[in-house]
Design a protein around this ligand. Structure first.
Ligand SMILES: [Cu+2]
Length: 166
């Protein structure tokens, strides 16, 4: 019995948090215009565990690099900024959504087409990796969710210098 407890303690020590504590839902990526070379992905991550965690990286084979981004309000303009991590507090939820935190796919290998699915691997500081198959939705489908200025997305896009070439 004692041995068993020690083994259990060793396992708990080796894996302080499990991916099982992280519930990933509502993921989507916006289809990208043909001229764009980057795209944004969104997802809701719920931490049902007892330890704070962080999303520290995302990866996918649709682009040369994948970064974690957030938006900051600079006067009337929303600008994007790269962040090192996105907090997923114990018992809390990280909501990556248009106008806020997002996953940025930079230097797309090909335009993201509506109806496609993209395999994205989310890496957490404690929870390890979580793989998600993320559907690509229409360009306009989620461009202006409730309560968001419809122009905001365009301003966002214009902040990426080589995003819109026309
Ligand atoms: Cu971005």
């Amino acid at each position: 019995m004692k041995k068993l407890l020690l083994a259990a303690a060793a396992i708990a020590f080796a894996f302080p948090a499990l991916a099982a504590d992280l519930e990933v839902s509502g993921a989507f990526i916006r289809a990208s215009p043909k001229v764009a070379n980057s795209g944004a992905g969104f997802v809701t991550i719920k931490n049902t565990g007892k330890q704070d965690d962080k999303l520290v990286a995302a990866s996918a084979n649709v682009s040369k690099s994948v970064e974690l981004h957030t938006h900051i309000k600079d006067g009337e303009i929303m600008r994007m900024r790269k962040v090192e991590s996105i907090a997923v507090p114990a018992g809390g939820t990280a909501e990556l959504k248009p106008g806020g935190d997002h996953i940025m796919f930079i230097d797309l290998n090909a335009p993201l087409k509506e109806g496609d699915k993209v395999d994205v691997t989310l890496s957490f500081e404690k929870g390890g990796q979580v793989k998600v198959s993320v559907p690509v939705v229409g360009i306009g489908a989620m461009a202006a969710p409730m309560g968001m200025d419809p122009n905001q997305h365009m301003q966002h896009m214009q902040q990426m210098p080589n995003n819109m070439k026309h």
